[in-house]
Design a protein around this ligand. Structure first.
Ligand SMILES: Cc1ncc(COP(=O)(O)O)c(C=O)c1O
Ligand SMILES: N[C@H](C=O)CCC(=O)O
Length: 458
């Protein structure tokens, strides 16, 4: 396996694109080396610019639940594109996509947008307008896109890169204190309106609402976090964490916003809502619902959604919103997602999880695996960690061991997220052959990770 062409492309990319990538998580900053430039993809495989075929466990960071170049999705996209690619006027396709979302989730109306970031940004504006309040509560390690107000103690690429270098470490430490921006360029005044709490910490939520409840517009949470690795919402005295959050919000007249950009239509046909049944006031969607195209949405009760322009006065807009090609890809994808899909995905995830556990145990490498449906995470945490309930625990990972593991898997033909804080994703296209490639690569990669592990891990 060579990465010569990727190296050349990376050199060229860095001349015209900052860091050579259009989203920081794509760079190999946390693991070292050169990002693979992808030439094509089909089913469970990526083919890089040097012609190497890699089993893809990133799946475009979640969207490709049916695998790459799915024939029915491609057919719908080709047909739609043949009729023109954007009109800036309403279409039947966008109604169909909206109806499919409304059928599967508790929202009554949705507005289509082009990215998850746009969805969460819009939902904050709507929540603030609806309540006449300014404060927003989020959890450390949750990522809701690069919205200024939510870029505080953020997960995903911010978590990945915050471990690197003195500036990153300083910023991460600041973040832990209180709602300091995770990025220069985000005004302190913006994140001063954001309260950051530790995930799964009910006492912290109670306290924040006791002190500031009458000023809180909304609490926004990942429905099941996947951007600090996969962290499971806890259950206490029979009450699911999301049910607790919805109850506290209700008691204080704040809105409960469930961000299902990652979990929506992936962890079940109805997303995390299909798992815990907790009804949010507002929801955001993205990734899977776009079928691999830039499409996302936010929705909620009609009474709230009717506050949006042109019915109400909360302004929100988009030149390419509800794009006909993206809508066709999304609607075709959602129609193909029956219950059987999730059973198959769950079985594949179980196969990988137990293969990871066996390989890591044989290599003597402590770790924790956690999952939400077919998305799951391997945390390279020390031996005293038996569960990862929050960001602070996720940050105890041995990123050196992770990097060694990542590269050993890549050399064996498996493309994992180049970050210890991102979930692994599966698709229905991951057949026995693709899964075997992963399973067979694991023992040697676990040994490489164990050899690289720092003292704290053991
Ligand atoms: C939970 C969650 N919310 C929001 C976003 C932002 O979506 P996008 O990258 O499409 O802007 C992401 C992913 O990036 C996400 O995982
Ligand atoms: N973890 C992110 C989204 O879920 C990764 C996608 C990106 O930021 O490029």
């Amino acid at each position: 396996m060579t990465d010569q062409t990727s190296r050349e492309l990376f050199e060229r990319a860095q001349q015209v694109i900052p860091g050579g990538v259009n989203s920081p998580v794509r760079a190999f900053r946390a693991v070292g080396g050169t990002p693979r430039f992808i030439a094509s993809a089909e089913g469970p495989y990526l083919v890089d610019a040097d012609g190497d075929r890699l089993v893809d466990l990133v799946c475009s960071w979640g969207p490709m639940i049916l695998g790459h170049a799915h024939p029915e999705v491609l057919g719908a996209v080709t047909a739609a594109a043949g009729r023109g690619t954007s009109y800036g006027a309403p279409t039947r396709a966008e109604i169909e996509l909206a109806e499919l979302i409304v059928e599967r989730t508790p929202v009554e109306q949705v507005r289509l947008v082009s990215s998850g970031t746009e969805a969460t940004m819009s939902v904050l504006r709507l929540a603030r307008a609806a309540t006449g309040r300014d404060l927003v509560v989020k959890f450390a390690g949750c990522y809701h896109g690069h919205v200024d107000a939510l870029l505080a103690s953020a997960g995903s690429g911010v978590a990945t890169l915050s471990g690197l270098g003195a500036e990153g470490a300083r910023r991460a430490a600041d973040d832990a204190a209180l709602a300091t921006p995770s990025s220069p360029g985000v005004p302190g005044a913006t994140t001063a309106q954001t309260i950051v709490l530790p995930y799964n910490d009910r006492e912290a939520v109670r306290q924040a609402f006791a002190e500031l409840g009458d000023q809180i517009a909304c609490l926004v949470t990942e429905a099941a976090p996947g951007n600090m690795g996969v962290v499971e919402p806890g259950v206490e005295d029979g009450e699911h964490f999301n049910a607790f959050l919805a109850r506290v919000c209700r008691e204080h007249g704040a809105l409960f916003v469930s961000d299902e950009v990652m979990t929506g239509f992936r962890v079940s046909r109805s997303g995390q809502y299909g798992v815990d049944g907790v009804q949010p006031d507002l929801m955001t969607f993205g990734k899977v619902m776009g079928g691999g195209f830039p499409a996302a949405a936010f929705g909620g009760r009609a009474e709230l959604m009717q506050l949006l322009s042109p019915v109400g006065s909360v302004y929100q807009a988009g030149t390419l919103s509800g794009n006909p090609v993206a809508s066709a890809a999304g609607a075709t994808t959602l129609r193909l997602l029956d219950e059987d899909v999730y059973t198959r995905l769950g079985r594949s995830a179980d196969t990988l999880r137990s293969a990871v556990a066996d390989a890591f145990a044989a290599a003597g490498l402590p770790h924790v695996t956690q999952s939400a449906g077919s998305m799951f995470s391997v945390f390279f945490t020390p031996a005293d960690v038996t569960a990862v309930p929050d960001y602070a625990t996720a940050q105890r990972q041995d990123t050196v061991a992770h990097a060694a593991f990542f590269h050993a898997m890549l050399d064996a033909g498996v493309y994992l997220p180049p970050s210890a804080y991102e979930a692994w994703f599966l698709s229905t296209a991951h057949d026995e052959q693709a899964l075997s490639t992963v399973v067979e690569a694991l023992p040697a990669a676990a040994r490489a990770a164990a050899a690289a592990a720092t003292a704290e891990s053991h």
